[in-house]
Design a protein around this ligand. Sequence first.
Ligand code: GRG
Length: 293
Amino acid sequence: MNLKSYLAARAAKVDAAMDQFLPKAKERPATIHEAMRYAVFAGGKRLRPVLCLAAAEACGGKISKALAPACAVELMHTYSLVHDDLPAMDDDDLRRGRPTCHKVYGEGMAVLCGDALLTEAFIVLTKTPATKRYGAREYVAELARCGGSKQLIGGQVMDLEGESKKLGKRELVRIHEAKTAALLTTSMRLGAMTANASPTQLAALTSFGYHLGLAFQVIDDILDVTQSTEVLGKTAGKDQAVEKTTYPSVIGLNASRKEAAKLTKAAMVALKPLGKKAARLEEIATHMLEREY
Ligand code: GRG
């Protein structure tokens, strides 16, 4: 199967599982369940869950066992987007090509929607089958650590506190390690755990997730400068407009492109211990480097 069909098929599997896991839109109180579904089924790329499934396969596992953590990481990701878009944070009107959650449901409901999505992530995660090496304790610790004050929340704090300052590359990398790279790494690790990954396999996929996550963020910063709002589905040029520190603003566009390629190469090198089973992950990494939205 070529990569485009593979990604579409995997995203469809994730969507079908997500539809089963989430409370129905009419379940009372309906507004919150509608809002959760509005945020989740808004046409995201499903990159994190697809990586989670691919990580399971790269360790010889079955994707059916990795669907719950795949949905859990997407739920955590969607919560972070809903809260990040709020007026108190990035104040964005557009996400995934549609009005942001708070624009449709109001600020109070969007706060609750993010809270509910985050909580739901853990409910869904508990449906993951245990393996010889890993069970509920390891799965929950992994996702909670990623979402906590040292990773996602911590990264957002550094981001908020850096808003009025000119940051250097080291501070910028620290923010993206805690935000984008952390969630991509956890997606890989949870997928690997469902396949009873050996310590060597887990370490390889951890390193892959870290480097790919940083590369993804560099590309995201580049696209903010080079693409249109229509193509991105979110407000283009936003970083420049609010004078946010980004890779292009710190090292320039050309050096940013080189940095993304270097990080992607490092991600590929990390896959070596997995041998041929990692071929799909290599393809995904190349695709992500070349992505246009
Ligand atoms: C806890 C509020 C809060 C925030 C945590 C992860 C994060 C920090 C905030 C999310 C907003 C943001 C700009 C994250 C950077 C990562 C990124 C580029 C997200 C967009 O991911 P895509 O392109 O989005 O995969 P889709 O819509 O395709 O899922």
